[in-house]
Structures are given as structure tokens and as C-alpha cells.
Design a protein around this ligand. Sequence first.
Ligand SMILES: [Fe+2]
Ligand SMILES: [Fe+2]
Length: 181
Amino acid sequence: MADKPFLTDIKTLRERARQHIEQGAVTQGYTADRGTVLKLLNEALATEIVCVLRYKRHYFMASGINAQGVAAEFLQHANEEQVHADQIAARIVQLGAAPDFSPAGLLIRSHSEYVEGASLIEMIREDLIAERIAIDSYREMIGYLGHDDPTTRRMMEGILAMEEEHADDLVSLLEELGSDG
Ligand SMILES: [Fe+2]
Ligand SMILES: [Fe+2]
């Protein structure tokens, strides 16, 4: 066995922890590029907010045309995207920065788009496309985070898993409505 130490020795760990205590959870061992992580998180936050707004619009429109089952699905997704937005905002604060909730530029920061959709089928299709955009961008983000920021990575992995469920739900809705093309 090589005698490369598995962990930083206790004395060094203790000394390092005493420095820059105002940085809270961000310790000297945080090896990720904080600026990049924060930029990615703010983009993910914008993506989630745009998804909340789009699903809310679709929920109210579907309710108006008496498509209660689909409307309920839209509302559930809207609420889950709101939870994601809150999780991401809390993590940004934990990393010592401020979450960007500004409506100005929201659509530029967001990866997914805000498409209203003229029919129920169009709404579902646009939501599915938005989910697929989020899935790809979050997967890339997780790959980027790697082992440098496991907490942010795990959070994004949980969010990714739910976006995949959303996409699956939407495909099922299209199939039920006889439009999987
Ligand atoms: Fe989400
Ligand atoms: Fe989603």
C-alpha cells in the first residue's frame, strides 16, 4: 500500500476551518469554480421560474376548456417546478451569493422557452420540449459539477430525476389524447 494519506490530517483540517469562517459552507476544500457554479445555478433558477409560469398559464387555460385531468397534471408540475426553484435559490444563498429573481432577462437566462400553445395538445408538446431541454442542460451541469461540489450535484440529480418523470407524464398524456406524433 502506498502511504499517500487518505484524508487531510486533523490538525490542518482544524486550522483551515478557523480561517474565513464568514464564508460558512464554502470552505477551503471547495474546489469547484464558484463563479461558474453560481452562473449555472442562476440559469437553472430562471429555467424553473419560466417553467412555473408556463405550467401555470397552461393550467388555467386547460381548466377553461374543461380538461380537468390535464389541468391537474399541469398544476402538479407547476408546483414541483416551484419547489425546484426554491431549492436552487437556497443553494445559491448557501454558496454566499444572491439568487437572481429579476424578471428582466429571465427568458435569456432560462434554458427552456415560454410557449403559450393554442391547443391542449400544443401545450403538452411545448411542456414536453421544455422538459427535454431542462433534462439535457441539467445532465450536463451534473457532469460539470462532478466531485467538486457534491451537494449541488446531488440536488441537481434529484431535480433531473423529476424532470424525467415530468417528460414521461407528458408523453403519456399525448398518447392518451391520441397524439404522440
Ligand atoms: Fe423543475
Ligand atoms: Fe419539469
